[in-house]
Design a protein around this ligand. Structure first.
Ligand SMILES: Nc1ncnc2c1ncn2[C@@H]1O[C@H](COP(=O)(O)OP(=O)(O)OP(=O)(O)O)[C@@H](O)[C@H]1O
Ligand SMILES: [Mg+2]
Length: 366
């Protein structure tokens, strides 16, 4: 396929050619209302690059969005999948850092274990986006991607900038905002034009995403969208479904019907970092589980030592000092052995990660 807008992009048999770059399209990673995202091998001057990339092909092309995406390339906001190449054409091609999938595809247990890391990552992304005077307008689990880095740690990022708007536009114009009904705040008109929206909109959507990720429920569906302005209803649902006190508090401060009462991104991050609030974190639970495991192992170790001691005491011709030395050595061995077992278990759990993919075959339709 050839086009004559700004640059030449050609597509043959799953290969996108653009200037001296070629993308060899692999499996589809995800698709939404307007775009498909593929894993792609990248070749520059026919030389294969070490890292595969995510190639996003937007099929509902319109120019203002392209200009905006071109600007985004320069921002490099923290914790976002910012575009690396912007290739205009009959379609909009954008290359991003490759992630594994989105949060709707990740197992709940892994989400819950990382819920504060997710919350902090997205709040940090929003803090930078908001500082640059933009509003994302479509924060939701589908638009948060994850991967596991070389140290076997989860990495998260905010993606999908197709609804983004400059703050100035939102404050001064009526906007047709392409938000997702379940995650959009009450001030956004789903089928029409919204006025006087601002960055607190993203905070509501972050709170709603965390609610959804943790509870596995949708607070709002097509049948009860009118309840979006009922603060008592919202608070009672959060009280019912979110047991973790710190998370509950963050979600409640985000889901304020009055947008001026919502917490901002900076305070959101500070509250997560505040050690006073850490008592109820699942991460903490994890480590308290770990310390519970450790104390259990200590109890076992102590019992084993007692048993050994008794064995030695029962021996005839008891000599005190060597016994004490051998007891200490024995205790050290048992404790070391038990803590190795705990570490091995943790590594095995971390390795059991889901490889997500939606479809196996390339699916490009021009
Ligand atoms: N960098 C990436 N690495 C891996 N997967 C990605 C990446 N970016 C996006 N995806 C996957 O592709 C899906 C669709 O991408 P994206 O959200 O950008 O487009 P979209 O939802 O179709 O856009 P729109 O909101 O305009 O309809 C995401 O939900 C995610 O699963
Ligand atoms: Mg999307």
């Amino acid at each position: 396929m050839q086009n004559d807008w700004k640059v030449q992009v050609s597509h043959e048999d799953g290969i996108i050619k653009y200037q001296n770059i070629e993308y060899c399209i692999g499996q589809i990673l995800g698709s939404g209302a307007s775009a498909k995202v593929y894993r792609a091998e990248k070749f520059i001057n026919k030389i294969k690059q070490n890292e595969d990339v995510a190639l996003r092909i937007q099929n509902r092309y319109f120019k203002p969005n392209y200009e905006l995406l071109n600007q985004l390339k320069n921002f490099r906001w923290k914790n976002t999948t910012y575009p690396i190449e912007n290739i205009a054409g009959g379609f909009l091609y954008t290359e991003y850092e490759l992630f594994e999938g989105n949060l709707s595809q990740l197992e709940t247990e892994k989400i819950k274990n990382n819920i504060f890391e997710i919350a902090k990552t997205i709040a940090e992304a929003l803090f930078e986006i908001h500082n640059s005077k933009f509003i994302h307008f479509d924060v939701k689990p589908d638009n948060i991607v994850y991967k596991i880095d070389q140290e076997q740690k989860f990495k998260f990022a905010l993606c999908d900038f197709s609804s983004i708007q400059p703050l100035d536009n939102a404050l001064t114009q009526e906007l047709f905002i392409e938000a997702t009904p379940q995650f959009a705040p009450p001030e956004i008109e789903i089928q029409g034009y919204s006025i006087n929206t601002d960055q607190s909109c993203d905070i509501w959507s972050l709170g709603m995403s965390l609610y959804n990720l943790y509870s596995e429920k949708f607070m709002f569906t097509q049948d009860n969208l009118d309840k979006k302005k009922d603060q008592d209803f919202i608070d009672s649902i959060v009280d019912r479904d979110i047991q973790d006190q710190k998370l509950k508090s963050l979600i409640k401060q985000s889901l304020k019907v009055q947008k001026d009462e919502r917490i901002n991104a900076k305070d959101f991050i500070d509250q997560i970092k505040n050690p006073q609030n850490e008592r109820d974190q699942p991460i903490q639970k994890q480590s308290s589980q770990k310390s519970a495991q450790f104390s259990q192992s200590l109890v076992q170790s102590t019992k084993a030592i007692e048993f050994k001691k008794q064995e030695i005491v029962n021996q005839q011709n008891l000599i005190k000092i060597p016994i004490l030395q051998s007891l200490i050595e024995e205790a050290q061995k048992i404790i070391q052995n038990n803590s190795n077992k705990i570490d091995n278990n943790n590594t095995i759990t971390q390795k059991r990660q889901k490889q997500s993919c939606l479809l196996d075959i390339p699916n490009i339709i021009f």
